[in-house]
Design a protein around this ligand. Structure first.
Ligand code: NAD
Length: 358
């Protein structure tokens, strides 16, 4: 049976990078005999223009009927004046909420030929890093109630609430333990147990699940402030990092700069219902949109994540990753990574090169 994939290109460079990712997906599907059925959905600013909403009902229906969503990027200055619920970015939050996507997986891997692009000194980045940040996505400070302005003891104040149920904590911890079992078997659980009650509970639950259910995983704990430092001074120590929503937002962005360009980083958002959403970490980059300058590798690497996590095709996933590595090794670079001695290529040529390398 064919794998059902919803394709939501969105705005700006979203359409350009998605076109290249589809090229690569089709090539990998041919090579490994996989049947894929791609159906397009309008999302973001373009959906607002044509349907009056950034996440129209037919796009949500398409998402629900699919096993995986390949998402480009949304947003652009022309929609910044809209109320929050109509802005293109509301589509992302809507998909997360409606599909119950409670975990965000952000791999951060350096490529040997790009080590010199890392903002870290060569002795710190060493021979490279291969870590993944697992961020809780639907709980914590961003969603806790009460939220907003209130009067307390006669004074005006604003409130955000950091709340987690045991179930919210344990489901993301188990997902991270399972992921560690497929990698190097190390899990670092990050909290603020020295100050926050939610942090203490997080640590208790991580310890209990680790010892009862995953004794073979090497579990460690770090306070979030120390983890931020460790990511910068010794990132190679990490395999899987798991943490709550706000901490994950910040730590995943610290790790995102380590490989050298935002154009290299894929991500996946997964939930209990089976459908997962794959999107590059970058936005719609209006400054380079329509100029064939965008790096499509983040979105192409989303295809590899999809093949692995949604469809369980390790071989096809590795073939896509290996094709990206071969093209970079051969010295082809989009503008964001260009350096003397390398060949500058546009978005479409980069996609062709990777597809041909599969
Ligand atoms: P951005 O990620 O779009 O761009 C930041 C910088 O990185 C820009 O200089 C851009 O040219 C560059 N860049 C980004 N992706 C690149 C790629 N693949 N190749 C080469 N260079 C790349 O972030 P921004 O400028 O803060 O936001 C632009 C718009 O995107 C805003 O409307 C924002 O809300 C939206 N946004 C959307 C998402 C998403 O769809 N998930 C994420 C972040 C921002």
């Amino acid at each position: 049976m064919a794998y059902q994939i919803a394709v939501m290109a969105g705005d700006g460079i979203g359409t350009e990078v998605i076109a290249e990712a589809i090229k690569v997906l089709r090539k990998a599907a041919d090579r490994f005999g996989l049947q894929v059925e791609l159906r397009e959905g309008l999302v973001g600013g373009v959906a607002y223009e044509r349907r009056g909403h950034p996440l129209p009902p037919e796009t949500l229906k398409l998402a629900r009927e699919s096993q995986a969503i390949l998402f480009g990027a949304v947003g652009g200055g022309q929609w910044d004046h809209l109320p929050l619920h109509l802005r293109p970015e509301a589509a992302i939050l809507g998909l997360r909420k409606e599909l119950g996507l409670f975990a965000n997986l952000r791999p951060c891997t350096t490529h040997p030929s790009l080590l010199g692009r890392s903002p870290l000194r060569s002795e710190v980045i060493g021979s490279g890093i291969d870590l993944i940040v697992v961020r809780e996505l639907t709980g914590g400070l961003y969603f806790g109630q009460p939220k907003g302005a209130q009067v307390y003891d006669g004074a005006d104040r604003v409130v955000d609430t950091l709340a987690y149920t045991d179930e919210e904590i344990t489901r993301i911890l188990r997902l991270a333990f399972d992921l560690a079992l497929t990698r190097k078997g190390r899990l670092c659980s990050v909290d603020k147990a020295n100050v926050l009650a939610t942090g203490r509970r997080w640590r208790e639950l991580a310890t209990a699940i680790g010892s009862h259910e995953y004794p073979s995983v090497d579990l460690s704990h770090l306070y979030v402030d120390n983890c931020a430092m460790q990511l910068v001074i010794n990132p190679a120590q990490f395999d899987v990092v798991v943490t709550e929503n706000t901490f994950g937002d910040i730590l995943s962005d610290i790790s995102a700069v380590l490989p050298g360009s935002i154009g290299l980083l894929p991500s996946a958002s997964v939930g209990a219902e089976g459908v997962a959403l794959y999107e590059p970490v970058h936005g719609s980059a209006p400054d380079i949109a329509g100029q064939n300058k965008a790096n499509p590798l983040a979105t192409i690497l989303c295809v590899a994540m999809m093949l692995q996590h949604s469809f369980g095709h390790q071989e096809a996933a590795h073939a896509v990753e290996a094709a990206v590595a071969r093209v970079l090794d051969a010295g082809y670079r989009t503008g964001d990574l260009h350096q003397p001695g390398c060949e500058l290529v546009g978005t479409d040529r980069m996609g062709d090169l990777v597809a041909n390398a599969i």
